[in-house]
Design a protein around this ligand. Structure first.
Ligand SMILES: Nc1nc2c(c(=O)[nH]1)N[C@H]1C(S)=C(S)[C@@H](COP(=O)(O)O)O[C@H]1N2
Ligand SMILES: [Mo]
Length: 385
């Protein structure tokens, strides 16, 4: 059983770390226990994603969703350029640009600093719905050292307004017929970069960061879409102008029609913070009783509701993840009085301020012309016998 395997694996990881406190150990194990029922059977949805065009991305298969923490070998990976294999002996992180004291750090230097963990659900902003790209998401326990004190030590100059995170991976870009080599990079405003939650991350679920997830170091920016979490980090550069690279200003741009004083305006924004979202993950049957499982993330989740066959919204039960601000919540609904035949299931998440995950026909979704940041309500179809 998958669940037991994960627990055993976690046990090995935890016991390998000599001084892991018993309380932490217990709570981690407890948190991973999925609200599943022994021997239940998963009923496949009718709307299946097509065969993944890029199997190497290792996307999440929602019907196999059975762990609050996504194990490293089941975590998706997306790389836009090459996938550098880095020898940590030859690697350094450089802090450069508009700082008083340019600095370099080896991996051991970073590991010697304050260590922090965050459980954060990383979602690719391209995850735009069934039956297309949906599995670019996973939840991991990321370990590393906080970024803000490192930047403080380097001393940002007053005119430094932009912090650029540059990866080791590179590709060719073309602007106005000019071809040039570029490294993958994303930026944040000085204020966003200094957020105490940001980590220079070298560990994923208690193991060194896997190569495809950015070994030896990546940025983990809890609350931001995947694209902001720069992998294979090699240089952090402080500038006095906005960074305009491909993944900030050209690609990963949301284009939406908005109404300004009754006029239609096309607005372009760079993909940014995660948005409130939920998805029905799977339906199971045990002794003729059905249970719907799902996840909700991207905001501080107050509740999740389900609509079956266009009926009233029914509250689901949130079972896991309430304690972790940036992690997905796992919810379930015991589905009674089910008749044979075809059914639709829709979920919506509501945040602690009362904001509701938008319906697909909400102008925020319907008037969006690029597929990024698609947090509309997901409808799934199923046939029961
Ligand atoms: N250096 C680098 N960082 C990157 C990327 C990349 O191509 N190169 N892809 C980004 C995108 S689009 C996503 S969704 C996340 C995926 O993180 P993962 O591969 O660890 O799942 O990494 C981000 N960081
Ligand atoms: Mo992404």
């Amino acid at each position: 059983m998958d669940l037991l395997e994960i627990s055993r694996r976690d046990l090995l990881i935890q016991s390998g770390r000599a001084f892991a406190g018993l309380a932490l150990f217990n709570s981690t194990l407890l948190a991973q226990v999925f609200p599943s029922r022994e021997g239940e059977e998963v009923i496949p949805f009718l709307d299946q994603p097509p065969e993944p065009p890029k199997p190497e991305r290792n996307l999440l298969k929602w019907e196999e969703f059975d762990s609050w923490i996504t194990p490293n070998n089941k975590f998706f990976h997306i790389a836009h350029y090459n996938k550098p294999v880095i020898d940590e002996k030859n690697w350094k992180l450089e802090i450069a640009g508009l700082v008083k004291r340019p600095m370099t750090f080896t991996l051991n230097d970073l590991k010697a600093r304050q260590r922090k963990e965050v459980i954060f659900t990383l979602e690719c902003s391209g995850n735009h719905g069934f039956p297309w790209f949906v599995g670019g998401i996973g939840n991991a326990r990321w370990g590393g050292t906080p970024l803000a004190p490192v930047l403080k030590e380097a001393g940002l100059l007053d005119k430094g307004i932009e912090v650029v995170f540059i990866g080791s991976d590179e590709g060719e870009e073309e602007v106005r017929g000019l071809k040039m080599k570029q490294n993958f990079a994303r930026s944040m405003s000085r204020e966003d970069a200094m957020n105490p939650k940001n980590l220079l991350c070298y560990e994923m679920n208690g193991e060194p960061l896997p190569q495809l997830n950015g070994f030896p170091l990546r940025l983990i920016a809890p609350g931001w879409y995947g694209i902001a979490n720069v992998k294979w980090l090699q240089r952090i550069e402080v500038r006095d102008t906005r960074y305009m690279g491909r993944f900030m200003a050209k690609d990963y741009v949301t284009i939406r029609e908005e109404q300004h004083h009754g006029e239609t305006v096309w607005v372009q924004t760079s993909v940014g913070r995660e948005l409130i979202k939920s998805v029905p993950a799977k339906v199971t049957r045990k002794d003729g009783k059905y249970r719907i499982f799902g996840a909700a993330w991207g905001a501080s989740i107050q509740r999740v509701e389900l609509q079956i066959d266009g009926g009233p919204w029914i509250p689901a039960k949130i079972d896991r993840g309430q304690e972790a601000e940036f992690a997905w919540k796992i919810w379930t609904l015991d589905w009674d009085h089910v008749s044979p035949g075809e059914h639709t299931i829709v979920s919506r998440a509501i945040d602690t301020r009362g904001n509701i995950q938008p319906a697909m026909d909400d102008p925020r979704i319907a008037k969006k012309h690029t597929y990024w940041e698609s947090n509309g309500q997901v409808t799934r179809r199923i046939r029961l016998s």
